[in-house]
Design a binder for this molecule. Structure first.
Ligand code: ADP
Length: 170
């Protein structure tokens, strides 16, 4: 049984991530999408909200499960007997960082964790979670960036945070 983990922040999930999930689920027998609990990044969505969002958007893919983890990916993978990490490559700019992470993971896991790269589908090459958050902030059109469910969660968040800021200023 070929199992893989797709780790990331997914803050929030975009069509780019979903594309990688669908394609990786077609290659591996089981795919775990693992949301990284990294408070240093001060995410917009809590880990629980991100897990829920991904579960909702992948419920039609039978061999995908969603989980979260803190700490090192190599430790998470070892404790779940997973030996492949899936990552998406959008542009050359992603490559240097991803290469470093992949090599570090091989070193830390003593060769037990390999990285499998999927290049992004061209229509999603421009997409990142940070761009999506910026568009939401200015009430732009997110139709081609995220599923409607994610768009709604984004606008709820953005409106709530604006209300909090406004009441802080009163
Ligand atoms: P991280 O914070 O670990 O970079 P992200 O949620 O931003 O997490 O991304 C997780 C993975 O998904 C990374 O491998 C990233 O390159 C990939 N990814 C992000 N956006 C896209 C996209 N538009 N197309 C393909 N892969 C993507």
């Amino acid at each position: 049984m070929k199992r893989a983990v797709y780790p990331g922040s997914f803050d929030p999930l975009t069509y780019g991530h979903l594309d990688i999930i669908r394609r990786a689920a077609g290659i591996f027998d089981e795919l775990t999408v693992a949301v990284l609990n990294n408070n240093a990044k001060s995410p917009l969505f809590s880990v629980e909200e991100r897990v829920k969002m991904i579960e909702e958007m992948t419920k039609d893919i039978a061999n995908v499960e969603v989980d979260s983890f803190s700490g090192l990916l190599v430790d998470y993978a070892a404790s779940h007997d997973i030996h492949v990490s899936v990552r998406g490559l959008r542009a050359v700019t992603d490559f240097e960082y991803e290469l470093q992470v992949a090599q570090t993971n091989r070193l830390l896991s003593r060769g037990e964790l390999d990285t499998f790269f999927l290049t992004t589908s061209l229509e999603y090459a421009y997409l990142s979670s940070s761009v999506v958050k910026e568009i939401a902030e200015f009430h732009g059109n997110l139709d081609r960036c995220v599923p409607e469910y994610v768009e709604q969660r984004l606008y709820e968040k953005v409106l709530v945070s604006k209300r909090v800021v406004r009441s802080d200023q009163q």
